[in-house]
Design a binder for this molecule. Structure first.
Ligand code: ZN
Length: 659
């Protein structure tokens, strides 16, 4: 018997009903502190994390299950299944640091030489395509996507890309912190070039050139808030219109080099960006392009290169920018690598071991209960006309629910995973995934596809597929436990289901219809009423401080905050529907109080200040504290449950409500 059968079921992380609330805090003054204060005090940030919360706690638990699977698969050497071969060898190759260190930079030597030998723009185009095919992000992203207005069709798409730092603002802001980050970025790139064998002078000047190139790209880039509007990123062009827009770039040569199938039209998400950078291409020296391509290759390859590269990348990206003190153990990084490379194989094994038919049936019941509550909520909205309500209900009814895993697993039959070649595995996987994507151009959209692997602790709504999707990884404590008090389940996974459903009707999702097409199905007055209510949410969250003098961006986080508010309300409606007036107390709490506690306690977290700062600029989600307090302060139902009085902080004077 090999060790993968020695799988041990790990005890639930959170025993039933032990709320452990912080009794010294008044729930009406700071509900997040009341619900999470004890957890926060007892769970300091681990040295190898920049953020530690209930989500990461659960993903740590899942990681142990996955480690058991891959270690088990790695010891099997004979008569093994394709699944064991790929997952086991992918893990073993990643763990083999001797081989990785011995090879040094040999795996990228040829590619670096090719970059150094580029002499003019016509050398640049094929090299750009080559590098993008192996997953190196440069200049722009080319790929396949569903046509936003005809979602059954998959078309080619071009979008801005190619920045290293997390957002365009990192290049453009002039405050002291932003200047410091750019200096540190240049120093990091300098060391990476030196590790690749360049002299200190050449490394330093190369690093400066990369920053210059990326600053030009940043200036041309659309900001994150604008990108949330699907109408602003929908521009169907013919190939000749693209050539007119950006004449200095050899598009035909480029598309040919990517290996994409033939196509006539494509979506260009940011035409201004494409126009601008194509014009800049010609005015930029070939030295700059060599440096830019070279650094991106090094940066993307760092996790699969010798330790010195990995450590340098960790030092800048994780230690300096995110506040993580130590790297995760090698085994944890290698589990993550296997999940990235062949996630659907790992997922098949994971779900077989962890997610039974019972759990699936219970979650499906919960989804039905939430859908019923959302329909009731839509019907009772005072601000929406019957006409729009009818369309909204039709969209709700058309939502596809996927629970546990995708309906079809990816087929890795043509992908080679070798036990002695971690670098090659990473490159082949990236190339394979890229080609899988490009081959979809011109084909009908596969609406069953998932963008997350099954063990992931997360969930998602897809506007183009009009589907809500819950990987098995999240369907556990503290979100869900079939044996515990249902009020906690409604506050946990119930609010998550409600959140994903509400995404279909947030400022972004509402622009798509039940078939996943970008189409305005709202009357003009209802649209204006929606915008007014959404603006209330945006203003509320813009008032919250992330860290120091950094505020949240209420427009960037609008969709998530709308989904939190709507999701919790419909979870409460669904719970009340099942209670039918019965209100038994447990541990001194009413069912409504337990639901709010269950909700708040999925958001407990400790986060490094550097990470909070970075997320305030890039993350569409608010920090845990505001996901809780920002939501409950809008809810009279919460205030009633905890007998809060007007004037207390958890009773907003200007309560916002969209759904
Ligand atoms: Zn969300």
């Amino acid at each position: 018997m090999n060790s993968r059968f020695l799988f041990v079921l790990i005890a639930p992380l959170w025993a039933c009903c032990a709320f452990a609330q912080q009794k010294t805090v008044d729930p009406c003054v700071d509900f997040y502190q009341y619900a999470c204060g004890n957890w926060i005090a007892k769970n300091p940030l681990p040295a190898d994390r920049s953020r530690w919360g209930r989500f990461t706690e659960l993903s740590n638990h899942n990681e142990k299950v996955l480690l058991d699977i891959v270690q088990g698969a790695a010891v099997v050497r004979e008569q093994r299944s394709a699944l064991d071969q790929k997952t086991g060898d992918a893990f073993a190759a990643c763990m083999d640091t001797n081989t990785i260190n011995q090879r040094g930079i040999a795996p990228i030597k040829a590619e670096l030489d090719r970059i150094r030998s580029m002499e003019n723009l016509s050398d640049l185009v094929p090299e750009l395509a080559r590098l993008q095919r192996r997953g190196v992000g440069l200049l722009f992203n080319f790929g396949a996507r569903a046509d936003a207005k005809d979602s059954n069709r998959t078309i080619a798409g071009l979008a801005q890309g190619g920045l290293s730092l997390p957002d365009r603002e990192y290049y453009l802001k002039t405050d002291a912190k932003s200047v410091e980050i750019r200096e540190r970025f240049v120093a990091h790139m300098t060391r990476m070039f030196q590790l690749a064998g360049e002299s200190v002078e050449s490394a330093r000047s190369g690093a400066r050139l990369v920053l210059e190139v990326e600053t030009v790209l940043a200036r041309a880039s659309m900001d994150r808030v604008s990108m949330r509007d699907p109408n602003k990123t929908y521009h169907i062009l013919t190939r000749s219109q693209l050539a007119e827009l950006a004449p200095s770039f050899a598009w035909d040569q480029y598309f040919e080099a990517t290996g994409a199938p033939a196509f006539e039209t494509l979506n260009v998400s940011q035409p201004d960006y494409i126009k601008q950078i194509a014009a800049d291409l010609a005015n930029t020296s070939i030295d700059s392009w060599r440096a830019y391509f070279g650094y991106h290759l090094l940066g993307q390859s760092a996790p699969a290169l010798p330790e010195a590269f990995e450590n340098e990348a960790f030092d800048f990206w994780s230690r300096y920018l995110s506040g993580t003190k130590e790297q995760r153990p090698r085994s944890a990084r290698c589990v993550a690598a296997v999940d990235r490379q062949v996630g659907d194989l790992l997922g098949q094994k994971y779900i077989e071991l962890t997610f039974g038919a019972d759990a699936k049936a219970q979650i499906t019941q919960l989804v039905d209960a939430l859908e019923k509550a959302m329909a009731e909520d839509i019907r009772s909205l005072p601000w929406m006309t019957e006409e729009t309500k009818k369309a909204a209900l039709a969209k709700l009814k058309a939502i596809t629910n996927n629970v546990g895993s995708p309906r079809k697993w990816r087929d890795y039959g043509k992908l080679t995973i070798a036990r002695d070649d971690f670098f090659g595995n990473a490159t082949r996987t990236a190339q394979w995934a890229y080609m899988q994507q490009l081959e979809k151009i011109g084909k009908p959209t596969d609406k069953t596809e998932w963008g997350m692997t099954t063990p992931t602790v997360n969930a998602f709504y897809s506007p183009q597929n009009n589907s809500i999707n819950f990987p098995a990884g999240i369907l556990q404590t503290p979100f869900f436990d079939p044996r515990r008090d249902m009020a906690l389940n409604y506050g946990g996974v119930g609010a998550v289901i409600g959140h994903e459903m509400t995404h279909g009707f947030d400022d972004q999702g509402r622009k798509f219809d039940g078939d996943g097409n970008l189409r305005d199905w709202w009357t003009a007055t209802d649209g204006a009423e929606f915008d007014k209510r959404a603006a209330c949410i945006a203003n509320e969250y813009s008032g919250f401080t992330a860290v120091d003098d950094v505020k949240l961006n209420g427009r960037l986080t609008l969709g998530e905050n709308t989904a939190d508010n709507g999701g919790l309300r419909i979870a409460l409606m669904a719970l009340q529907d099942t209670l039918q007036g019965k209100a038994e107390k447990m541990d001194g709490f009413t069912p409504e109080q337990r639901l709010f506690l269950g909700f708040a306690q999925i958001w407990c977290e400790n986060t490094a200040p550097q990470e909070v700062r970075a997320r305030a600029m890039t993350d569409p989600h608010s920090p845990g504290r505001y996901r809780v307090n920002g939501t409950v302060q809008n809810m009279p139902e919460f205030q009633k449950a905890f007998s809060c009085q007007a004037g207390q902080p958890m009773v907003s004077q200007n309560a916002c409500r969209v759904w």
